[in-house]
Design a binder for this molecule. Structure first.
Ligand code: ZN
Length: 374
């Protein structure tokens, strides 16, 4: 049996591996998952070339590529797009059968690599005798999912939702995984629907911080639960971070049956730790401060980092602070789990009282249920 955090983890692990393993509100998975590769600046010496390998993966990948040579003294340069068998001949000068494009400044194009194949982009400065060239390369990739992969991810997302409803009493909301053009995630103000961006998934995975994806999902879930429970602070970012941390801590010992035993168990602290590293990795205080000065509502990454560091120092206090807000929205299964296996900072007394009320009230909502009316 695995803990609830594995419910959040589940979709993540499976999507990252892109292996068919990923379960009722609606779930939506885009047929293509996009992500951005890190920008790279190449300095290509006179008389040399630089190859960049593009893989087609298992199902074919469409790349959008932007190259910019304007940082060079002489910005004219050649780009060759070769298939795998052509490129060595191109580099050795035997043939120049690849498709060539000469450009000065910026070039932008799409290139699709078929499933199981790989193509090579060659930045070719071989005609220069003296001057090296600087080329900044930005690549965005769209992976096509096979029908099975898409269905398996949908199954994982449905399990994630089912796991949440097993422990939290909350209205239905949808869960989507799709490319957004940015590394982000959203909870809809209207209905609490959550969108996780494929760019964020790949970004956290690439940085070795996949638990951060779990944590960011918990943050969006924080917005959603607070919103659907009618809490006026649902759109406050730091409140959502604190709430997410509390949910992770409180659900630490919840056990969800419908998950694969092979899923690794991760502690709330590990998830929060990866969130800290992730926000440190994307933090740009001067840019964010600028945005804040222009009226942006988002806290600076450094503020979120400091807030999470405080939570890690005082996890018990964080959980304690939220028990009275969260417990009334827990199911019988969740409350029983707390009485049997209390989490750090648990209020077992409150869990018992709520359980008694739940049992006395049956299907009548707690706020409409009056016990011992005489
Ligand atoms: Zn948020």
């Amino acid at each position: 049996m695995k803990s609830l955090k594995n419910v959040y983890m589940f979709a993540v692990t499976i999507v990252c591996l892109l292996i068919p393993v990923l379960a009722q509100a609606e779930v939506y998975v885009s047929e293509k998952l996009g992500f951005k590769l890190p920008s790279a600046l190449y300095q290509i010496a006179a008389g040399t070339m630089h190859p960049i390998e593009l893989s087609g993966g298992d199902t074919g990948i469409e790349y959008q590529i932007v190259m910019n040579s304007s940082g060079s003294t002489f910005a004219d340069i050649r780009l060759a797009v070769c298939n795998n068998s052509q490129h060595l001949n191109y580099i050795s000068g035997v043939t120049r059968a690849c498709s060539n494009k000469d450009f000065t400044g910026t070039i932008q194009f799409s290139h699709k690599v078929k499933a199981g194949e790989k193509d090579i982009l060659i930045i070719d400065n071989s005609s220069a005798l003296i001057t090296s060239k600087k080329v900044l390369v930005d690549i965005y990739a769209n992976i096509s999912l096979s029908t099975n992969q898409k269905q398996d991810i949908e199954v994982g997302l449905r399990k994630t939702l089912a796991g949440i409803h097993e422990f939290f009493d909350v209205d239905e909301f949808d869960l989507s995984l799709l490319p957004c053009g940015q590394s982000n995630a959203f909870s809809s103000t209207d209905d609490g629907d959550i969108t996780m961006c494929s760019e964020l998934l790949f970004d956290t995975e690439k940085k070795g911080l996949k638990n951060a994806f779990t944590g960011i999902f918990a943050h969006e879930l924080g917005h959603t639960l607070l919103n659907l429970w009618g809490d006026p602070h649902y759109d406050n970012e730091l409140a959502a971070d604190n709430f997410a941390a509390a949910v992770l801590l409180i659900s630490e010992n919840f056990e969800y049956q419908d998950l694969d035993e092979s899923e690794e168990d991760v502690s709330a602290e590990e998830v929060i730790g990866d969130m800290i590293k992730y926000f440190e990795s994307i933090g740009n205080t001067s840019r964010e401060a600028q945005a804040a000065l222009l009226g942006g509502q988002h806290p600076l990454s450094i503020q979120r980092v400091n807030n999470f560091k405080k939570i890690l120092l005082f996890p018990k206090k964080t959980a304690e602070k939220w028990t009275s807000e969260i417990y009334p929205h827990l199911t019988v299964v969740a409350l029983e789990s707390i009485t049997q296996q209390p989490h750090l900072g648990a209020n077992v007394e409150l869990a018992r009282t709520l359980l008694e009320r739940q049992k006395a009230c049956g299907s009548v909502p707690l706020d409409k249920c009056i016990i011992n009316p005489q």
